[in-house]
Design a binder for this molecule. Structure first.
Ligand code: PAF
Length: 284
């Protein structure tokens, strides 16, 4: 019989429940999200299930600390009721809906900064973003104390930063990264896709198309100089009316820029599609 879905808003109550479940021998998985759940998030719950988790805790929290002053914190889409139904259908066993006030008590003044992997790419364009991500994820780890936490590959740099934080700070949690889930057009699933008009949606397909082309080219031709190839990608994105934020090729583990495009290198893209910032990536 399917378990009933528990909901929590109070970090202490969730912490107590998780500790009791761990004590009773349950394997606990955490799926951290900002809600407005889509197929990508559901694939993270499915991955936790496949890995044999007895309790799957989904956190739904639009974390104010990871948004810059001119970013979309206020307008970030929210739908608790739909998220709850989706969690239930996907087989989560607990959902955590904290409020900013109970996650960040008055006078909160402790933050975590990863200083190397978080420095470039999205970290350079969104100052303070990964400080906010690391801080909230560390808090979630301390509240849930999961055996396993599942993140999506769409936020490639985020996954690398969190892995590093876990290693550096001796968090007792295994990190699993699940593949990007795409719409039939190839567009990577994202809660922010809801901002896109039909026309923007059509133009945004250039992201996944560029990545698919790069993978095919590497498979067919082997190693290629990155500078020239990068210029080709930029041209394709600009032709689609996208404004390039960055187009980078990096070592998939260290995020150090690569001089050539070859098997194992990660290509990371960030563009503005109208007022919406979109990211996508692929490992060659
Ligand atoms: O990837 C996200 O949705 C967020 O950055 C995360 C990991 C839930 C932290 O707020």
């Amino acid at each position: 019989m399917a378990k009933t879905l528990k909901t929590f808003a109070d970090p202490q109550k969730l912490q107590k429940w998780c500790a009791a479940r761990r004590q009773a021998g349950a394997k606990i998985a955490l799926v951290p999200t900002m809600g407005y759940l889509h197929e990508g998030h559901l694939s993270l719950i499915a991955a936790a299930k496949r890995k044999g988790a007895d309790e799957i805790v989904v956190s739904v929290f639009v974390n104010p600390v990871q948004f810059g002053p001119n970013e979309d914190y206020e307008k970030y889409p929210r739908d608790e009721k739909a998220d709850l139904a989706k969690c239930r259908a996907a087989g989560a066993t607990a959902v955590f809906f904290p409020t900013p006030a109970n996650m960040y008590l008055d006078g909160h003044s402790t933050f975590i900064t990863e200083e190397t992997l978080a420095a470039g790419l999205c970290g350079a364009r969104r100052p303070g973003h990964f400080r906010g991500v690391c801080t909230v994820v560390a808090k979630l780890f301390n509240i849930v104390h999961p055996h396993l936490a599942v993140f999506g590959q769409k936020d490639f740099q985020q996954a690398a930063v969190i892995r590093r934080m876990v290693r550096d700070l001796n968090f007792d949690v295994k990190i699993s990264v699940a593949p990007i889930v795409r719409e039939p057009s190839g567009l990577a699933r994202s809660s922010r896709n809801t901002y896109l008009s039909d026309d923007e949606r059509a133009r945004a397909v250039a992201l996944s198309q560029s990545l698919a082309r790069a993978r095919a080219d590497v498979a067919a031709k082997g190693t290629m100089p990155w500078r020239a190839y990068r210029a080709k990608i930029v041209k394709v994105l600009e032709k689609a009316g996208l404004v390039v934020d960055y187009v980078e090729a990096v070592d998939a583990e260290t995020l150090v820029p690569a001089k050539s495009l070859s098997k194992g290198v990660a290509v990371l893209l960030a563009v503005w599609c109208g007022k919406t910032r979109l990211i996508d990536n692929a490992v060659m």
